[in-house]
Write a protein that binds this ligand. Structure first.
Ligand SMILES: CCCCCCCCCCCCC/C=C/C(=O)SCCNC(=O)CCNC(=O)[C@H](O)C(C)(C)COP(=O)(O)OP(=O)(O)OC[C@H]1O[C@@H](n2cnc3c(N)ncnc32)[C@H](O)[C@@H]1OP(=O)(O)O
Length: 265
């Protein structure tokens, strides 16, 4: 897959079969997020959304670092942005677009995930983190607060006591501590992060793309509504999956004792 023109250097993309790997590539600024990174990530996601050959995405950073957060030197541009309130120009929809992306997105967190970088991790479906990585929301140390959904996703991930301690102190935790807290999906050796994230993405990619998308969609409903509404959402998605070609293929493959060949329909 070619990198998108104009942003080739700030987000690099590569393919491993049905897995697309996106790497934030601003090592000189510890992969800090600026307008160019947001534009490039949004552009890549738009392409991957409709590319049926891609079944899962790994979001990583370059040079052993995930992301040091929003580019602090870009705050003046943010302040001057008339649309900041609508959060259109500041990449504010990126986190929601990631969370609701119709394909699974796995964060491969090496080194650092701070501020908007940890907010990207929280917006992904799950994450593989290096044991020595450092994660946190240090915005309050800069006189701002998380603006990429961190206040909402952290408390849903950790519960109020643990979330407030991290949010209000700006303290950082290691990858191992983050796994104990439930902030990340899995902690691995620092040098295995990206490969383990790709391996998980490949296991997911072998499953029915339709069932994976329907399961993600139903599970996300649990974050915004009542359990009754969520169960109704799950039921609709279950009935839809049962009627799918993939469901028939899954059943036939089991009976024939062979691997299924899912089409996503
Ligand atoms: C229309 C405009 C749109 C613009 C869109 C912009 C994004 C908007 C997003 C919306 C806001 C969402 C809310 C999120 C807010 C935040 O994320 S606030 C930032 C939170 N992050 C931090 O506070 C981390 C700050 N950095 C550090 O603590 C340290 O640098 C480090 C990451 C721990 C690394 O330390 P060390 O290894 O010692 O290296 P350094 O020398 O400190 O850094 C190396 C160079 O990298 C630069 N850098 C690091 N982090 C950032 C950063 N967040 N922004 C900009 N630059 C960063 C650092 O300045 C060094 O650069 P040089 O001095 O030029 O070498």
């Amino acid at each position: 897959m070619n990198n998108r023109s104009g942003h080739d250097d700030v987000v690099r993309s590569e393919r491993r079969g049905a897995v697309a790997i996106l790497r934030i590539n601003r090592p000189e600024a510890r992969n800090a997020l600026n307008a160019a990174v947001f534009a490039a990530l949004n552009g890549h996601l738009a392409e991957l959304r409709t590319d049926d050959s891609v079944r899962a995405i790994v979001l990583a950073g370059a040079s052993g670092v995930f992301c040091a957060g929003a580019d602090i030197t870009a705050f003046d541009a943010l302040r001057a942005d008339p649309l900041i309130g609508q959060r259109r120009a500041s990449g504010g929809t990126l986190w929601a677009d990631l969370e609701n992306f119709p394909k699974p997105v796995i964060a491969a967190v090496e080194g650092l995930a701070l501020g908007g970088g940890l907010e990207l991790v929280l917006a992904c479906d799950t994450s593989i983190v290096g044991q020595g990585a450092r994660l946190g929301l240090p915005e309050v140390k800069l006189g701002v607060i998380p603006g990429g959904g961190g206040t909402q996703r952290l408390i849903r991930a950790l519960g109020k006591p643990r979330a407030m301690a991290l949010l209000l102190s700006g303290d950082l935790v290691t990858g191992t501590e983050a796994a104990t807290l439930g902030l990340v999906g899995k902690v691995v050796d620092d040098d295995e992060v990206v490969e383990q994230a790709i391996a998980l993405a490949q296991r997911i990619s072998a499953n029915s793309p339709l069932a994976v998308a329907l399961a993600k969609d139903a599970a996300l409903a649990a974050q915004t509504g009542s359990i009754a509404a969520g169960l109704e959402h799950e039921k609709r998605n279950f009935v839809y999956s049962l009627a799918s070609d993939d469901s028939h293929e899954g059943q036939a493959a089991f009976v024939a004792k062979r691997s299924p060949n899912f089409t996503g329909r």
